[in-house]
Unconditional design. Sequence first.
Length: 278
Amino acid sequence: MLALKLGLSLVSSNAPSGASGFANEYSLAFDGVDDILITTKDSSIMPTDNLTIGCWINPSTWAFPGNSQVYYPFGCVKSGGWGIFFVNNYNGTITTFSSIIRVSDTGGGSAGYLQPSAGTGFSSTLRALTGFHYIALTYDKTTGVCSLSLDGVEKATLSAAAGADIVYSASNINLMFGADAQTDTTGHNFFGGNIDEGSVWNKALTSAELLAVYNGGVPIDLLSNAGDYVSSSNLQGWWRNGDTEGTGVYPTIEDYSTNSNDGTMTNMDSSDIVTVVP
């Protein structure tokens, strides 16, 4: 699938190139039919206490097909885990920006899912957005607070019991971009559009850090602390979706963190690595 099929214009990188030479030049284009990027279920990207997950998305449309209600750009949910998704009603109109995380104690003494959601009142604002936007979910075990943000601004929170762990299970499956994972190799509820710079930290980034990562709409080098961003050492996974330092040769998408949890482009081809970037 070429970028032009999405009705998107090709643009060159506008990310700053500093002393490190960092630049963002590529993203992955997902067709919304069967395209997925599959990584792993390694313990390094499944932290049980503190967490931040985030990525840049550029949907080809907010009016997803009406035969399915949930669309996951990013997640590892299967009887546990976490993810970020959008919900639409059956006429194909986006209604909710949401997320999910399973914790050991929801406050009532039993395990369950927290689902902070921006709600239906946010849907008109969401549909008006164009271009790339940065979505992120954080969980702080100390406080039990789970937070959902868009472009570095908090949109919703929910709280578990303080000290509750993130729960995974034996049936948890590989972290997947572009769909709600069903098995280690298959998904459904596919996302159509561009996804870039997916990342996992074993820390709940602060609001100031999330704003720094958003950086006014320009991705930053997550391996280097700068300004309010001070959590490079907590980065557990970073999939740059086309940018590479050596191991990322199609169909491999390199994990830029030290954990080497490289991803595999599935049902995709090399033309899905495109120069459409934040």
